[in-house]
Design a binder for this molecule. Structure first.
Ligand code: HEM
Length: 556
């Protein structure tokens, strides 16, 4: 019996492979075939684990067929696949037919046509576990959520983000200077980023901590006898834990996570995730606290904005009736706001600091700009300082180009689509995934020039105006593009500039180099960065191995 089932499964997979091959051929784009069951959970777990072994022992012509369906290939290979196969190519496996786009014009067209190229089901599979949300929705549901969410990530929130980032970064700077050499820089930046979201998203002020992961785990489950956190705080901490342990949260079912023999951290994660509906219910029912307090919080935080839309479906006001959120959507969007906003920004700040430690000439370059600002960073205001930091923004863009947090943007076709390209029109038949490979576009020498692999923030500064330049359409897509472009783009820029300005105004940093030359230590650090892999977004594999020395700057 089992043999028959296995046989039928194999026949089904061979038939699928042939079908995907035909769909792939009809696109007219170059094909690469792979026998791997690329969308199966087994491969998703085994592929990245075994990738270093494959790379070491298999000949390139076999290895690349495995690598192309292993998460993170776009960072490992940069623009290489598109150079070898063409600016757009199709991967065919028994599980999928996927188009990988590394052409700026095609990328811009795909992103602009949101109704033709929709968010694929696989994104929802990974990101819907707290409820449907803006990132995983399509059509009218997406439009409604976008109309509620995007305006609340606009200028009105920037002052809060700026002030909180400066304050958090000041605490971090104090700690770093006091301790000199530490391996807490990356963890410290995660702490800054989550606390900025705590303030902007939930109206919660939290102290900066050098031990980010530990603080999240211990705070989510308060010690016995201590006061239980409010529902909004408990929800926020749960989301922070989920972001930190994304793979376990997304791939292991809750009931397995909570089994008694599972590691304590996993059980805690499982228990907290199971309690999310309870927290959301409590948030919606309103928490205790004076009206005055509630009004103050309401002014600028995302959670209260979402809650305001909870009852609109039943309102008699016809203007508001079309803008509503279900309980599930409130929960899902709070998670997306936190998950999408935290990991991306924290890792971008992390890579930027590391790049500045590897290339001290660029530290000096931004410090030239920062030395024009008033000495006391607590006097810095968003409206006056942000616009005076184009070089820091250039550092952010250059960091995002080289270490793109979301290496590719995912789309799918549900009905036949025509795609006009340089050499003619291509037919895309469903079911097909379409991936815009931002990391490949960012490493294309025909766009960025022969120094494409170098960290050169000055490429972003217009020599005449001194302001950041705008690259060609579809060439720079860390925040994606088109109508679904990341609504948190400006917020992440403000947070990045405020944090790095505070840190580098007060100090300089270099890799710790006990027993080796500083040049060797820089080289080692760069190697560590280039060995990064995506978790939720791209990340250094072992942040604890990153040791930096921070020394105060003497500017007299
Ligand atoms: C450097 C920081 C960031 C990067 C690189 C980044 C990148 C992205 C990318 C690539 C997408 C996918 C868009 C698509 O599917 O086309 C996205 C969507 C999104 N991001 Fe960000 N993001 C960042 C910061 C933030 C922040 C700070 C927030 C808010 C707190 C945020 C909220 C969102 C939301 C709500 C979406 C869904 C938009 C939609 O589908 O309409 N992001 N982001």
């Amino acid at each position: 019996m089992i043999l028959i089932i296995v046989l039928l499964y194999i026949i089904y997979k061979i038939a699928s492979f042939i079908r995907f091959y035909i769909i792939g051929r009809r696109t007219g784009f170059p094909l690469i075939l792979t026998p791997i069951f690329s969308q199966g959970i087994l491969w998703m777990v085994l592929g990245p684990t075994l990738q270093p072994v494959f790379q070491k022992y298999l000949p390139e012509w076999i290895y690349r067929r495995l690598d192309i369906v292993t998460n993170g290939w776009d960072f490992r290979r940069k623009n290489q696949m598109h150079l070898q196969l063409g600016k757009a190519f199709v991967v065919v496996s028994p599980d999928e037919c996927s188009l990988w786009v590394g052409d700026p014009a095609l990328a811009a067209v795909v992103l602009a046509r949101r109704k033709d190229f929709v968010q694929p089901a696989i994104v929802a599979q990974f990101l819907d576990f707290f409820g449907t949300n803006i990132l995983t929705s399509n059509g009218e549901d997406w439009q409604r959520q976008r109309r509620i969410i995007a305006p609340n990530l606009n200028e009105s929130v920037m002052e809060v983000v700026w002030q909180e980032s400066c304050q958090q970064a000041r605490s971090m700077l104090g700690y770093q200077i006091q301790h000199g050499e530490t391996n807490k820089t990356l963890d410290g930046l995660r702490s800054v980023a989550i606390n900025v979201l705590g303030q902007a998203g939930y109206g919660q002020n939290q102290a900066w901590s050098p031990d980010f992961s530990k603080s999240i785990a211990s705070e989510a489950s308060p010690a016995s006898g201590s006061e239980a956190p409010s529902a909004r705080m408990a929800y926020f901490r749960t989301i922070s834990m989920v972001t930190e342990h994304f793979a376990e949260a997304a791939l292991i079912p809750a009931w397995i996570k909570t089994l008694p023999f599972m590691p304590a951290q996993l059980r805690l994660l499982g228990r907290q995730m199971q309690r999310v509906p309870e927290y959301i219910q409590a948030i919606l029912e309103g928490e205790t606290g004076s009206d005055e307090n509630k009004d103050q919080m309401k002014r600028h935080n995302f959670l209260d904005v979402l809650v305001e839309f909870a009852d609109n479906k039943n309102t008699s006001d016809s203007n508001k009736k079309s803008l509503f959120l279900s309980k599930e959507e409130i929960s899902g969007n709070l998670w997306i706001f936190t998950g999408a906003g935290f990991d991306t920004t924290a890792n971008t700040m992390g890579y930027a600091v590391l790049l500045l430690a590897v290339y001290p000439q660029w530290q000096a370059w931004i410090q030239e700009e920062l030395d024009d600002l008033v000495m006391d960073t607590s006097d810095w205001e968003y409206t006056t300082i942000f616009q005076h930091c184009p070089r820091l923004l250039a550092v952010m863009f250059e960091t995002l180009r080289l270490y793109t947090p979301v290496a590719h943007v995912s789309r799918g076709v549900k009905s036949p689509q025509q795609l006009a390209a340089e050499k003619g029109t291509h037919l895309l038949l469903p079911p097909m995934n379409v991936y815009i490979v931002s990391q490949s576009l960012h490493m294309d020498a025909s766009i960025w020039g022969p120094d494409v692999s170098e960290f050169n923030p000055a490429r972003w500064i217009d020599q005449t105006t001194g302001q950041p330049v705008t690259p060609e359409r579809g060439a720079f897509l860390p925040w994606s593009g088109g109508p679904r472009v990341c609504p948190g783009m400006k917020m992440s820029q403000v947070e990045f500039v405020a944090t790095l300005a505070t840190l580098f105004h007060g100090a300089k940093c270099e890799p710790v180099h006990t027993g080796v030359t500083v040049e060797d230590a820089r080289h080692r650090l760069k190697k560590m960065m280039d060995d990064s892999a995506p978790k939720l977004t791209l990340q250094v594999k072992d942040p604890k191995m990153v040791n930096l020395r921070w020394t105060p700057r003497d500017r007299r």
